[in-house]
Design a protein around this ligand. Sequence first.
Ligand SMILES: O=C(O)CCC(=O)C(=O)O
Ligand SMILES: [Fe+2]
Length: 274
Amino acid sequence: MNTTITQAQINEYQKNGFIIIDDFLNPEEVAHWKKTIDKAVADRQGRKFPHSEVKTGESDGINADAEYFGKVFDQIINLWMTDKEVKKLILDPKIGKMATLLSESEGIRAWHDQSLVKQPWGNPTAWHVDTPFWSFTHREALSIWIALEDVTIENGCLHFMPGSHRDTKFKEPGISANMGDIFKDYPKYAMVDPVVSVIKAGSCSFHNGMCLHAASGNMTTKTRKAMTCAFMPDGSTFNGKQNVLPDEYFASLKEGDLLNNENQNPLIWHRSWE
Ligand SMILES: O=C(O)CCC(=O)C(=O)O
Ligand SMILES: [Fe+2]
């Protein structure tokens, strides 16, 4: 695993709101991640969250239009909670350190991981930002997106709008089925050609949750498998949204509470640990 982050990469990430890191995993590691994640996904039998019976592709209260969104990708969330081997891989402190350095935070907690499989002929992922869905409000939250198979324009690679992470707002736009609906809120970016993230299996990208991003549909007969994890800067507080929080924990929180429950949002890395 190549986890080195240079000052030049931090500068690039801070400027653009995303960064591509080639050869993050070597081919043996890719094979191990893929096998481990495939097993953990199969064990969940389609259950989208560890704490509920909602199936991937069903209406989940986050994305209401199940018919369309069910065919964007198979989304299995918080695999780390149901599989120890996945936990070792995705909550690795070395990845936490990368996320901390890039986001220039003091430390990083897991928000949620997710396996994202765009099936053959899967719908595109429309332009959106991530953080406004989440249960905390922080401009430096980010995600790692690891390609477990070669990702191409044909099978649904990510696209990013450079610099947009400093222009977007926290009002929740939802995610539309229509590719460009969000540009009604951000007309400047309707005129910008995005950066296309064609990457090999084992390469990854990090993107700021406020950076506009999207993925094309899968125009191939094979899957497009990715493993991702969203990270919350340590010290973030509850903003009243449920998102992926289990009912009981959600009910126990009031706005402004620190999100520091180790069973839900474990601290993965902190600068004080060095
Ligand atoms: O994999 C995709 O199609 C979209 C992923 C995404 O939006 C994300 O990881 O934030
Ligand atoms: Fe996203």
